[in-house]
Structure formats: C-alpha cells, structure tokens
Ligand binder design. Sequence first.
Ligand code: SAJ
Length: 411
Amino acid sequence: MFDICVIGLGYIGLPTASIFATKGKKVLGVDVIQRVVDTINEGRIHIEEPDLDILVRAAVQSGNLTAAIAPQPASTFIVAVPTPFHHENGNTLPDLSFVESATRSIAKVAKKGDLIILESTSPVGTTEKMKEWLMEEVSSQFQEDDFLFAHCPERILPGQMLKELVTNDRIAGGLTPEASEKAKELYEVFCSAEIFTTDARTAELAKLTENSYRDVNIAFANELSMICDSLNIDVWELIKLANRHPRVKILQPGPGVGGHCIAVDPWFIVSACPERARLIRTAREVNDSKPEHVIAQVKERAERFRKPVIACLGLAFKANVDDLRESPSLHIAEKLAAIYGSDLIVCEPHIDKLPKCLEGKATLEPAEEAIKRADIVVLLVDHKPFKKLPKRILDQRVVIDTRGCFAGGGA
Ligand code: SAJ
C-alpha cells in the first residue's frame, strides 16, 4: 500500500509527489495521460521548472515514486488536477469535471480513515462536493464520517516552485478539525514554514483571494498605464515617484495578465457572488483589455510606415520563464502577425522554434538582429537578456515598451 497517492502530475502534483517521495514517503503519482506516466517512470519530466528534473529523478531512483494511470490504495489522496472555467451566456462557469472524475476514481480504492486532500484551486464549496461525489460511489460500504477531507491550496510561484514549496506558509482547511490537523501533519513532512488550520470553505476562498488581490493590484497599474498614455506621461516614472510614499506600493503594468492562475481564479469569486464582486470583475476586464490597447498603440505608430517591420520581444507569460500558455504577449504577437504578415519578427530566448500558432506567419530571431531590421520594437516580456541590450541599438526605432524594460518607455 502507498502512503500517498497524488492525482494529477502537472505543475503542482509532480513537485508535490516528488518531494514527499524524497522525504521517504511511498508515493504513487497518477495521471490520465500514458505518456506522462511513462516519462515520469523513466525519471524524466514533461514540464519545465528549474531543478524539477533533478527532484523527480531523485524521487524515482529512490524507489519511492512510481507513476500509474489509475489510483491504488493509499492512506492519503491528494487531488491536483486542473480547474478551468468557461464563459457561457455572459456567465463564467467553473469546470469541476476533473476534480469530480479524480474523486470518483479514488472511490474505487478508498477505505475507512483515508485522508482526501484537494490542492487544486477551486470555487468555495468544492471540498464539500468531493465528499458528496465520493459518498455517491461508496455509500453502500461506508459511512459519511469514515473519510477525512481537507482543502490545502498550493501557492507556489512558477519559476521558484521548489523553493516556495518548502518555504511558503500553508493553509490546511478541513471539513472537520480532525481533517485539518491530519493535513497539517502531512505537509509538515516537507514544509518548513507555518501551516495554519481553518475550515475548508475559508481555505478555498483564501486561495482565490490571494490571486484576486494580485489581479486587482495589477489592474490598477495597467489602468494607470493607459491613463498615462492618454495624458502623455511616463507611467514608469510616475509609479517610481508614487511608490516613494511610505504606504504606496503600485505593481508594474504589462501587456496584460497571463498564466493559469491570476487570470482565472478571480472568476471563481465573480461567478459565486456576481452582484458583490464588482471590483474583482472590473479588474479582470481591465487586465483583459490591455493586450488590445497594446495592439492599438502598435497600429497607431505603424501608420507612418508603408510596410513596417515589427519586432516583438518576448512571448512568455512573464519574465524569465519559457511558459507560453495563456500569454498576453503571444496573443499580441499572433494578432500583429495577422495584420502585418511575415514582416513580424519575434524574439524569445527560451524557445528554439516558433509555437504552432505563429508557424509560417512570423520569423524567430535573436533580439539584436531583429532590432537591427525593425522599424518598430514592441517589448512584451522583461526577460533578463532584453534588459542587457545596449540602449543605442534602439536609436532610430519606434519603441513600445509595455514592461518599462528600457528607461522612458510608455506602457
Ligand atoms: N504581472 C504584471 N505586473 C506585476 C506582476 C505580475 O503584469 O507587477 C503579470 C505577469 O507578467 C503575469 C501575471 O501577472 O502575466 C501573473 O504573474 P505572477 O508572477 O504575478 O503570478 P503567477 O501566475 O506566476 O503565480 C501566481 C502566484 N500568486 C500570487 O502571487 C498571489 C503564485 O503564488 C500562485 O501559487 C500561483 O499564481 C497559483 O498557482 O495560483
């Protein structure tokens, strides 16, 4: 029997399963994709994250981590599957089908006393729903209180996951105090920070609140950048000056908000309380409108060229990662490619071939060469190598700097 069965071997499940295994727990990692299972059993990884390859290799070589396509008996189950949302008739609806099918798959091997933890970011009430789904499957053999349920959201930052997994404080929110305590004890195996116990619903809303807080604050910065564009004021200088106030700490504007978390989680609050969550909804709308604002700026500045050559610096969803999924920069590059055709050059130091959506529609080049050929340079991601570019190569170029990477750029 396994100590822990982790369901979903993505950005959260894989590091979590691996770190437990390196701490001596017998872990079964479960994923519905056979290729993922095979890759992990070979001690390799299917996702990018600094040093994750080393951790997974160590976990598999120790004999403590194996992967499989279906759950097997374990004392603890951790569910770390995607919780996307979709828009329907003006409403945003969370899709809990992966959590539901993971829960029903646990039912086949669950036994009295098992601890079942939801790590996936989820709308308030999802842990309670997990209990209902499980009981629907097993009510003929088990009682309601035979199992312990808790929500223990992750809060690790892509790019720094392995460090934050150990050093971030955590929340353990049980459906009962016993479940909270058991979950807390479990994470103490690798977490060196504080673990706070609460109820499941508070834990669910706490996770959503953290990402919504960030979204609202980024929206403030993005709104300011658009106001500054209208008033012809340098937003970077403005923010630097305002932040000298002891109680002001404005975040950085950008081309929009990307990734799988901050641009998604606020919708879970909005869909639960549409009448109340006015600020949270507006922030989402402001951030979602930013890519179109950047595209409009490029169009306006491109008018004076007959056949403008445009270089987009960066495609990733944020600086110093290679993750292009849900990236506003990629969205902007795609739209510009549709308008300006193959005269679009993209520069992304973390990839060696163009993503499918840009194949045949743009060229991938190193930044210095691209800038030399370009009339317009659009800085979309403040990757380290872009910050080191000699400023003089931008002379004679129209520069649209959405990240304030080059001094004096306008967002
Ligand atoms: N961004 C800005 N301006 C800023 C900060 C960020 O435009 O000042 C943009 C980024 O460029 C990116 C997006 O916001 O497009 C999100 O980036 P991020 O680094 O703020 O956050 P994520 O999505 O990589 O990770 C977030 C983190 N949550 C918080 O910081 C509250 C992380 O701790 C969570 O674990 C993660 O979401 C998650 O899994 O929920």
